[in-house]
Design a protein around this ligand. Sequence first.
Ligand SMILES: [Zn+2]
Length: 193
Amino acid sequence: MSHGSSVVVEPPRFDRPEVEVRASTKRKKTGAAHWSGSRIVVQIPARLKGKERSRFVDELVERLMSQRPQHTSGDASLEERARVLAELYVDGVEAASVRWVTNQRRRWASCSPASREIRVSSRLRQCPEWVIDAVLVHELAHLIEADHSPAFYELANRHPRQRECEMFLDGYALGLGLRIEDVDVDVAVDAAG
Ligand SMILES: [Zn+2]
């Protein structure tokens, strides 16, 4: 690290993952942010201090997190998204695989606690990122609590938009011409009970 540059790692918060802040004297005005695994790396001018610095970092992080999801691109980014969400909300629980599927007609998503596989209906590809996030958190919670028990909801509802997500999906089902009573968020298919 050259003179005048520094790296600080900010711990994860409820609303965002771990952030690595790289301050460089070579940067004068502009910043940049990218994902590195489940961590966000931001690059900022070293001259920024105090409140100005935190505001600059917050803006870069928020911009990156609100970017159009990579969820159109494939299973790898869906899996990566699940990893970030697991760290944020579900005690870092790990799925064996997280995949888009097209053969799931009556469920938005499903989780097999035995094989630890999560499948998400490709119908959700068109949904806003927060909806997919809420669905992923719901499925990740099933890796810990297979049933829809109070303990399950304690985990799943750590994502703050679960209720909103249910309402969104009810409306989305209507829009797709699906009978909503046929469409559940999931069933933990091979769970006991
Ligand atoms: Zn469920």
